[in-house]
Design a protein around this ligand. Structure first.
Ligand code: SAM
Length: 354
């Protein structure tokens, strides 16, 4: 085993210079070593059971104008939709029948619609009390997060996007800043949400030092969930001419974070599967333990175009589910029947202020 990987496995951290060397290495043997170690940790920790999350993209309406994102406000070529309460409940019912026990409601940032959504969240909570509800609705006032938590939401995903304030400013319009993002993450944690953060790998102007700062931020905050996917350009955005991020580097960072935070819930993301045909398998073999199949109604799915070629992970039919099971069985994994909450092992849990 590579010496740095061995040290990371043992100490669950590494000095900056060693992490940078891992990030910058061109040695393919390093990836083999890193993935194998991370896979073993995940396999051991989760008993080779993958958690499935039903992704329901409830709205493509967004007040924000993030320079990389296809659903940004200024993209007028995109049809906008809000799923109705009935559509959302139907998607949950469908996912429940397929055996999924977490619903993820994700959408553009749209504070005006959140009150209505909170009522739907309460209804989901009452109808499927054995399921977890995850939200990913962007930056909202603490009182709104509180309202959503009271309605029955358990988890919240809010990627920090980049831990470098200057880099953050280049990716976002004036008015958005890293400090607010981090303040939202602190609010979410204080309100008792299992909290997810993460970033795109290969976003324009990103350096290895930026990625090192991302890893350090995640290491300090110790989120329950970590979402990492490659940047993929969308032609109708200001950053549409930039190249896509590297799937291999994304996998490498998944492995590093798995070794640092063995308990974290880490998905093999949709963006990874979009760039890499066997992305979900590769993700699991690099330390991921979550897959998020898409349950957005087909009629609206193409309007939730965050980036070009977005390749939904599908488990809507018994046939899709059987395929996924076969794919996982080939690497010795199976689908968990539980709702897959974060569980801390004996590692010392310290929440450091960020
Ligand atoms: N509005 C919510 C928020 O801001 O967290 C959730 C929706 S947002 C579209 C979900 C995630 O999509 C973002 O956190 C971002 O990392 C990712 N994303 C957006 N555009 C992307 C792109 N071009 N390539 C890869 N990921 C992208």
């Amino acid at each position: 085993m590579n010496l740095f990987v061995e040290e990371l496995l043992e100490r669950k951290t590494l000095e900056d210079d060693k992490l940078l060397r891992l990030l910058d290495s061109e040695d393919v043997l390093l990836d083999e070593s890193l993935h194998a170690a991370a896979h073993e940790v995940a396999a051991d920790h989760f008993g080779k059971q993958v958690y499935l999350r039903a992704l329901i993209e409830w709205s493509s309406v967004c007040r924000n104008d993030c320079l990389y994102c296809g659903i940004r406000r200024s993209n007028t070529s995109l049809p906008r939709y809000n799923l109705s309460r009935e559509d959302i409940l139907q998607a949950c019912q469908h996912a429940y029948e397929m055996g999924l026990r977490t619903f993820v409601l994700q959408g553009g940032e749209n504070p005006h619609a959140v009150e209505g959504l909170a009522e739907t969240v309460a209804e989901i909570h009452a109808s499927w009390p054995d399921c977890a509800i995850t939200l990913s609705l962007g930056e909202l006032p603490r009182s709104t997060y509180e309202r959503l938590r009271r309605s029955g939401a358990d988890r919240y995903l809010l990627r920090h996007e980049t831990a470098d304030a200057d880099h953050y400013a280049r990716l976002h319009p004036a008015g958005m800043c890293l400090e607010n993002r981090l303040s939202c993450l602190r609010d979410l944690r204080e309100l008792g949400f299992q909290t997810g953060m993460g970033m795109m790998v290969g976003s324009p102007w990103q350096t290895s030092r930026n990625l090192l700062s991302d890893i350090r931020l995640i290491e300090r905050f110790r989120p329950e969930m970590i979402g990492i996917g490659p940047f993929i350009p969308h032609p109708d955005t200001p950053l549409g001419g930039h190249p896509a991020g590297s799937a291999l580097l994304t996998l490498r960072i998944c492995s590093i974070l798995r070794l640092m935070l063995p308990d974290a819930l880490i998905p093999a993301t949709t963006a990874l599967s979009t760039l890499l045909p066997n992305g979900r398998r590769a993700g699991i073999l690099a330390g991921a333990n979550v897959i998020m199949p898409n349950f957005t109604p087909k009629a609206q799915r193409s309007a939730y175009a965050l980036y070009e070629g977005k390749n939904a992970i599908q488990v809507e039919s018994a046939e899709n589910l059987r395929q996924l099971k076969t794919e996982l069985a080939a690497i010795g994994w199976r689908i968990s029947a539980s709702r897959g909450d974060y569980e801390e092992s004996t590692q010392i849990a310290t929440y450091n202020h960020v």
